[in-house]
Every structure is written in C-alpha cells, then in structure tokens.
Ligand binder design. Structure first.
Ligand SMILES: [Zn+2]
Length: 367
C-alpha cells in the first residue's frame, strides 16, 4: 500500500503502518492533553493506542498464519486508523479453510481477553465488569475490554469483514461461490449503510468503516464473478481468430484503411511467420501526427509482447493484458493462431453473464 512505512517483520511477514496512522496518534495525544494536561496522561493515551494496535497485529497474524497452513502466503500487514489489513495472496477456495482463516483473527482477540482475565484474576485484581467506566479503568482492564469489543465488532456479518467472510464460507458450503458472495455482499452493504447513517450522527470512524465495507463488498463480488465466468476457459476461447496483420514495411495509411474497414483497433506486425511487433491504435495516431501516413509501420510499432500459449487459462490471460500493449498474440505450436484484446475478454464476460450463472454449484465450484 502506498504511503506506508515498514515497522518490522514477524514470521517473514512485513508489518507496516499507513501515514494516516500517525494522524490518529497525534489526534489522540491532543485529546489526552485536553482531558488532563500532564505528560503522564499523554503517554498513557499513546501507550494504550499502541497496545491496541499490537493486539490488532496479533489478530492479523492469526489470519496470516492460519492461511499459511493452507499454503497461502501473506504479502504484508498494514495498520490503518480503522484497523489492520492482512494482504493475503488470495482467500482459500475451500469454504472450510476460508471459515478457519476468517475466524482465526477474532479467536486471537478472544484468547488475549481470556489471558488478561485469568492473569488479572490470579493477581487478585479481577477486572471490572462495568465497561461504561472504561476511561477510568486500569490499563490492562481497558485492554481486556478493547479486545472484547474487537472480537464482537469483527464478528458482525458485514462482508468483507471477518464475520461476513465466515458467513460467505458457510453459505458457499451449500450454494455456488458466486451466489454465496452476492448474498454476503448484499448483507454487508446493507449493514454498511446502517453503519454510515449511525456514524454520521455519532462516530466518524464508523463512516470510514462503512465506506470500506461498501467498496470492499462491491469489489469482491465483481472479482468473484469475473473469476467464475472465466473458469474453465482458455486464451484460445476468447481470442480473435479472424484478424488482419501488417508487414513491417507497410505504410501507416494501410493500418488506417484496415481500421476504417473493420472493427480491429490493434494489429500484429508479422514478417513472414515471425511476430516483429504490435501496432496499437494509440501508436498509430501518434505515428501519423509525427511522421505522416507514408511512414513504415516498423518505425512506430511497439515491441512484440510475450505471446500467450493457447492453453493458458483465460483468467491468467486477462491479467497479462494489463501490459502497455493492448493486444497479445496467441500461439499454438509456434504458430500465431489468434490475438487477444481486453475487448474480446470483456465481450466474452458479458455474454457469459447474460447466460446467467455458470455451471458448478455447491462443492464443485469452478476455479
Ligand atoms: Zn480480521
């Protein structure tokens, strides 16, 4: 995540804080000073927030280390003012594993609260049961209650928060992955709307969390839908097989003619059987204004992109299309058999979506 600083590494996972976190610390220090203008009160306020965030790091490590048991790595853990985010490479496909990964975080908070409870009780100072006087409680008592709050809050079934992920996993045990995600996301967005409305009148953090949930839920649904729609397809299913090619020595006017005559926007440039480069519409327009219509294609074409094998999964092909060349050559046994553009893949997605839910319900979810 941009604007983040690394503060350490635990179990091989980078832990970083986002710049906005410093603003939160500053704001809390000022508040502590206003309540009680002594250095001790400020230090206590800051130390308490740091202790909370240490618990949040442990919570995220709970997710990350459980995911690792299922062979999924975690890129990093980032602390934001609204909490922590562990960037897992992916979520497990198996609903049981997703349930375990999503519950591991809250379980850590439950364990911390239980440890503090037993520790304080065995020291002869049992924690107070009245959380309404939180501000006046001793440090460790407050920390115990914060962990209870973190536990309860994360269990709210607002997908993509932990409780929502657990709900999606449980739904996915009976329904298709796409349907389970849609239901969980709809509930998540309904709850986000409620959080936002309540937050407007009480706590601005709630509004932030509502936004986070709302955007997160929408993004997850579209990612899951794309993945599911492309499941089982290969690059060769989405590629264009009827296409025009240019020779390196062709003038740019030839590319203009072909563009106007058909619907193709980008062209592979072949010399005999060998792919020499790609002429995208952007490159063509730039070339026309800089060199004129008589300039040979080879002077303005882009370098030939790495070709795709015809059998590459369509999902992977779509990811490769994020390169500067908007066209990828597809080869089979050394021969150019088609070209793939983002437009092709999006068309395919649209058609598949129109044919309603793809096959693969219940446990045999496609991926
Ligand atoms: Zn969590």
């Amino acid at each position: 995540m941009r604007w983040s600083w690394q503060i350490g590494e635990i179990a091989g996972i980078r832990v970083q804080v986002h710049a906005t976190f410093a603003i939160l610390l500053g704001w809390l220090a000022i508040r502590a000073w206003r309540d009680e203008p002594t250095l001790l009160s400020v230090l206590d306020g800051v130390a308490f927030v740091l202790a909370i965030f240490a618990c949040i790091v442990l919570h995220e490590l709970g997710h990350a280390l459980t995911a690792r048991r299922f062979g999924i790595r975690t890129r990093d853990i980032t602390l934001l003012p609204i909490g922590g985010v562990a960037r897992l490479e992916r979520m497990p496909d198996d609903p049981t594993q997703e349930l375990l990964v999503s519950m591991a975080g809250p379980a850590v908070n439950a364990a911390i609260a239980a440890l503090l409870w037993f520790g304080l009780t065995s020291l002869g100072t049992p924690p107070s049961l009245s959380p309404e006087t939180l501000e006046n409680l001793p440090f460790l008592d407050r920390l115990l209650w914060v962990n209870v709050v973190l536990l309860v809050f994360n269990l709210v079934p607002a997908f993509p928060m932990d409780g929502g992920r657990a709900l999606r996993a449980m739904l996915a045990m009976r329904l298709s992955f796409v349907r389970a995600t849609r239901i969980a996301a709809a509930l998540g967005q309904t709850l986000a709307f409620a959080f936002g409305a309540i937050g407007l009148f009480s706590n601005p953090f709630l509004v932030l969390i509502a936004l986070f949930v709302w955007i997160g839920a929408a993004a997850e649904v579209s990612a899951v839908e794309t993945r599911s729609a492309l499941a089982g397809l290969q690059a060769s299913d989405a590629m264009l097989t009827d296409f025009e090619v240019l020779a390196p020595s062709d003038p740019l006017s030839r590319a203009v003619e072909l563009t106007l005559a058909g619907s193709q926007k980008d062209f592979p440039v072949l010399e005999g059987d060998v792919l020499r480069g790609v002429l995208t519409q952007d490159a063509l327009v730039r070339g026309l204004s800089a060199r004129g219509a008589g300039a040979p294609v080879e002077t303005v074409m882009l370098e030939a992109p790495q070709p795709l094998a015809a059998r590459v999964p369509a999902e992977e092909a779509l990811a490769s299309l994020n390169a500067p060349a908007r066209l990828l050559p597809v080869i089979d046994r050394g021969q150019l058999v088609g070209i793939l553009t983002a437009d092709n893949v999006l068309e395919l997605l649209r058609f598949r979506a129109a044919v309603e839910e793809p096959p693969g319900r219940g446990r045999s979810r496609a991926r």
